[in-house]
Design a protein around this ligand. Structure first.
Ligand SMILES: Nc1ncnc2c1ncn2[C@@H]1O[C@H](COP(=O)(O)OP(=O)(O)O)[C@@H](O)[C@H]1O
Ligand SMILES: [Mg+2]
Length: 168
């Protein structure tokens, strides 16, 4: 069991900010798994992450594209953003994406990646996003409960609690 922190995220802007804060902890070779229902805020978080990493191109919800590579504008790692929603099986279904090849010089963020991409590396950051009031509310602007868990040696000594600190 690695380190874990739980954060209440009140708005899309705060979710974006959490992504930027997360980016500051990330480096090439890191895998981030995002889980949460449709509309939970996975892509919103990834957008902030891309901003924090300083990569090219806006992070969007891909309609047909499964993976998009955002090269760094600052000499840092690229962001590989994968939406595995339409992919059933494990890594072999994603073989064409060559995620194992790009991982060493990239940060890979996977939406709907649970049970699909864990084989890539033993170390990963799991981010679970839950709607506080349940997913069926008419208004989608309710607080999200975000749980960040670091798994493996990479995250063993990383203090994730700073992510939960409200900006002054
Ligand atoms: N607290 C919040 N955190 C994140 N997104 C929120 C929040 N409140 C409302 N939203 C809205 O919910 C939607 C989340 O969409 P998106 O990030 O694409 O979700 P996913 O990628 O998980 O399907 C956005 O329209 C966003 O503006
Ligand atoms: Mg999404």
């Amino acid at each position: 069991m690695g380190s874990q922190t739980a954060i209440t995220v009140a708005s899309p802007e705060r979710m974006n900010r959490l992504g930027r804060d997360l980016a500051a902890l990330l480096r090439a070779g890191d895998l981030v798994l995002l889980s949460g229902e449709l509309g939970a805020g996975k892509t919103t978080l990834t957008r902030g992450l891309g901003e924090g990493l300083g990569v090219r191109g806006a992070v969007t919800s891909p309609t047909f594209v499964i993976a998009r590579v955002h090269p760094s504008l600052t000499g840092g790692p690229a962001l590989v953003h994968v939406d595995a929603y339409r992919l059933g099986g494990g890594l072999d279904e994603m073989e064409d994406l060559d995620l194992d090849v790009s991982l060493p010089e990239s940060v890979i963020v996977v939406e709907w990646g649970e049970g699909k991409v864990e084989q890539l590396t033993e170390d990963r950051l799991e981010v679970r996003i839950e709607r506080a009031i349940g997913g069926t509310a008419e208004d989608d602007s309710d607080p999200r409960r975000v749980t960040v868990t670091g798994l493996g040696e990479r995250w063993a000594a990383v203090d994730l609690s700073a992510l939960a600190v409200e900006p002054a």
